[in-house]
Every structure is written in C-alpha cells, then in structure tokens.
Design a protein around this ligand. Structure first.
Ligand SMILES: *[C@@H]1O[C@H](CO)[C@@H](O)[C@H](O)[C@H]1NC(C)=O
Ligand SMILES: *[C@@H]1O[C@H](CO)[C@@H](O)[C@H](O)[C@H]1NC(C)=O
Length: 464
C-alpha cells in the first residue's frame, strides 16, 4: 500500500514557507534507507522545476508502464532526477508530509494533483509478484575431465530433456527426468577425444565432433553410431543442425555442411557445402530460428553470416562480415523474439557483447562485460539473455534487452564458464566449466513476467 490521498486536498502549509529545502534534508527525511540515491532538483526554482519534474516523471512512468521502457533516471539540463520513484514515494507514502518547496504554493498543488492522479491509478493496478532469481544452482553434477578449453562446445540439452556432455574421450547422456546416466560413446580406443556435441531438433540424434576432425552422428535411443563423416583436417569444436543438415566448424578454418541422409558416410553428397570464410579456428556456429542464416564465429575475431539459400558448394564470401570484436567470437545467439537480431560476444581482449540487426547489417547495442564472453543464450519467454564469462570473475550474467540492464549475477564456478545450454522448457540453464562441475540454474521465468521490471512499481526496486 502506498498510502491514500484522501487528505491530499488539505496539504498543510509548510512551516518553512517557500524557502529552499535542502536536498540533504529531503533525503534524510523521506528516503533514509537509500544509499546512493542522488537528489539534484534545484529547489531554488522549485515551481519551475516541479512543473518540469511532474511532466517528466509522468512521461517516464507512462513509458515504463505502457511502452515497457525501463527509465529510472531523468535528465533535463540542470534538473536531474535520479529516480522518479522517489517523488512517487513521497507523493503517495508521505502524502500529508510532502515537502517539495513549491508544494506550498496552493495554485501549484492542484497542478501537481492533476498529473499525479493517473499515476495513482496505475499504482492501484494489482501488483505483480517480484521475480526472485535464485543465486545458487538447484543442482550440481560432477563432470570429471570436462575440458577447460575455450574453443570446445561440450554441453548440449535436447528437446527430449537429455543432456549430452563430452568428457575426455567419452560422451555421456544424462536424463534430466530420471537422472539416469548412460555412456554414449568412447573414442579412447581410437586415441581420439570429444571436442563438441550437439543435439538435432527432434532430440534423437547427437552429433559428436572429435579432436581428429571426425563428425560422428549417434542415435541416442539405440546407443548406436549411424555416421562418421570425414572432411576436416583438424578438431571440430562447433556443430549446428539445420533439419537434416549438419554444419561443423573446425580448427582447419572450414565450415562443412552435410546432409546426414546422403547415402555414403564419407563421400560428399549433392547438397554438401564448404564455407571457407574464416582465417582462424571456427569456434561458434548457430542457425537462425528461421533456418535461413548461419552465424559463425572464429578465432579471427570475426562474426560471419551465411545465406542458406546460396546454393554453390564452395563459398568463401559470407553474406555479412562483422569485424568489430577484438577477440575470438565463440558466443553467438539469435534472438527467438526479433527476426534478424543477433548477439555475439568476444573473448578476453574484447569482453563485449554486441548486437546486430542482420536484416539491415547495422550494429546495435554494445556492452563491455568486463570479462571474456564464453557463451550467450536468449530466454525463450522474455526479452532477456544470459551470458557466461571467463577471466576474471567466472560469472553468469542475466541481462534485459534492449536496455542491457543487468538483472542478476551468479557466481560459483571456479573456472571459466565455457559451456552453456538451455532446458527444453526454457526456464533453466546448465553451465559447465573446467572446475569439472555442471551447475543448473533457474534464471528464466516461464510466466510472462517480463513486465515485472518494467512495471511502474519497479521504479522503486531499481533504486533500493
Ligand atoms: C505559485 O504558482 C503559480 C503557478 O505555477 C505561479 O504563477 C506563482 O508565481 C507561484 N507563487 C509563488 C509564490 O511561487
Ligand atoms: C540468399 O540467397 C538467395 C539465393 O541466392 C537470394 O535470393 C537471397 O536474396 C539471399 N538473401 C539475402 C538476405 O541476401
């Protein structure tokens, strides 16, 4: 409850009259618990300021409520309001005590009331429960021999709710439903090791990339290898399915795209493609949700976008090339909400998450995260994304998009958080690191609570 306004028409005149109210006093009196909240209204010109302030605050609240903006700070020349919420709080909590200097001006009080009434109406709408993001994983699994190698992709979560994890020479499957663990394959006898795993959309096939450059396709249910594709001359660290097509990226700088239905296990099929655009190891590969574009990232600091409709079997010219990152691009994620929106993250020398409109080829936002970006994933349910990081904090960050406001920071891994996958229901993520653990976190809420933090009420929480 934010207090009622029944008495507001009879605001008592301030004993201090129109004399300027000291900002310190204001904050002492009304917002004692909010360390750091600044309050820079020029009280010497209070009437003028309050008019602007009211109108800005009103706009800000409406924008937050109706347009989903996340404004918690206003700037207008000399007038800086650190948070609209403060005045808001003052108006409704301390109704009888409001001490804006200009509120002692009776002609002003009515104006003031006029703009705040709609806000009060907004306030009366049912309050959405605040979203709590647990700071600890809900499950931790040991993952002995999980490699601490940035260029590998060793964890994936299937639509059938099974985790595949590459540990040394083996791939293990862990059922999220039954917690049952099975060993899918062991490349030890071939003196090979696992460098990537990726589930197909249906969740029945796992592709396994190897150190020697093979791409194996396994039937998970039958525990049976159905293909071993050759073609790469070095380790395969990135895999991405597109229907029956399987794209693989390698340290040999090549991306191969093969149809796993083709008759021969080893010789190229008709629709096979070779994409030779990177100048260094390929470490990130993601198909767009509409399956029209393949984004690839490499140790050459480049993010490339390939057009699936281009039919030539050999391509060295991607549809788009983005060179803004200053380090390897492993973290790549297409937005499931906004067509053509692509996010990418750079390694240690870069640390930035960048956003691209691949429809117009325009760079969008960029945020310096302060540490190596290892992986990225969007929420299926809200306009949020999670990033995992290496040097130096080994943390997991949850961001709102497009504001790029940091919603949560999760720590616990003692090595870089190199691996990331999202549960099929879109609510949980699993992270893996060289500390040989897999950690499961509830970061994405399924309920359409995206408005939580855009709600007018969150003006408070954002500054508390
Ligand atoms: C009171 O407010 C009115 C309207 O905003 C203004 O014209 C007037 O000068 C103010 N009076 C004082 C004493 O500030
Ligand atoms: C993709 O390639 C197809 C076939 O060459 C072409 O028609 C289409 O315009 C291309 N799309 C883009 C976005 O360049």
């Amino acid at each position: 409850s934010f207090g009622n306004r029944h008495h507001s028409r009879s605001l008592p005149p301030s004993p201090s009259g129109l004399s300027p109210v000291k900002p310190e006093r204001c904050s002492d009196r009304f917002i004692p618990a909010r360390a750091g909240a600044r309050w820079h209204i020029d009280f010497n010109d209070a009437t003028y300021n309050l008019n602007i302030y009211n109108s800005l605050m009103y706009q800000c609240l409406l924008r937050n409520e109706l347009l989903g903006s996340e404004i918690d700070r206003l700037k207008d020349n000399q007038l800086e309001v650190q948070a609209c919420a403060i005045s808001y709080d003052l108006c409704f909590r301390h109704n009888d005590e409001v001490r804006f200097a200009s509120e002692n001006n009776v002609s002003h009080v009515y104006k003031y009331k006029a703009v705040t009434d709609p806000i009060q109406k907004l306030l009366r709408s049912p309050r959405k429960p605040m979203r709590k993001i647990p700071k600890v994983p809900f499950k931790v699994l040991d993952a002995p021999e999980l490699q601490d190698d940035f260029y590998l992709n060793l964890v994936d979560w299937s639509s059938s709710n099974i985790l595949s994890v590459g540990l040394g020479a083996c791939v293990y499957l862990w059922s999220a439903c039954t917690s049952q663990v099975t060993r899918l394959c062991d490349l030890g006898s071939e003196e090979d090791s696992v460098t990537s795993v990726n589930w197909n959309d249906r969740g029945n096939l796992v592709a396994v990339g190897t150190h020697k450059g093979y791409v194996q396709v396994w039937d998970a249910l039958a525990n049976k290898k159905i293909k071993q594709l050759e073609g790469h001359t070095a380790r395969v660290g990135a895999l991405a399915w597109n229907g029956e097509q399987l794209s693989s990226g390698s340290r040999d700088r090549i991306i191969l795209q093969r149809d796993i239905r083709s008759a021969s296990a080893v010789t190229p099929g008709n629709s096979d493609k070779k994409l030779a655009g990177h100048r260094q190891e390929v470490c990130g590969l993601k198909w767009s949700p509409d399956r029209q574009h393949l984004a690839s990232g490499g140790n050459d600091n480049r993010l490339l976008v390939w057009n699936a409709s281009t039919s030539s079997a050999y391509q060295h010219q991607p549809m788009q090339t983005y060179c803004e990152h200053l380090a390897a691009v492993k973290a790549i994620a297409w937005s499931p909400h906004q067509h053509g929106l692509l996010a990418s993250g750079g390694g240690t020398a870069d640390r930035c998450i960048r956003f691209w409109n691949t429809l117009t080829q325009q760079p969008l936002q960029c945020v310096d995260t302060g540490s190596q970006v290892c992986n990225l994933a969007w929420s299926k349910h809200a306009s949020e994304l999670v990033s995992t990081h290496g040097y130096s904090q080994n943390q997991i960050l949850l961001w709102k998009y497009p504001s790029l406001k940091q919603v949560a920071k999760l720590t616990g891994h003692t090595y870089r958080v190199l691996y990331l996958a999202t549960s099929p229901d879109g609510e949980a993520i699993v992270t893996g690191a060289g500390d040989e653990t897999l950690r499961f976190w509830n970061v994405f809420s399924k309920s359409p609570s995206t408005k939580d933090s855009t709600s007018v009420l969150n003006l408070f929480t954002s500054i508390r």
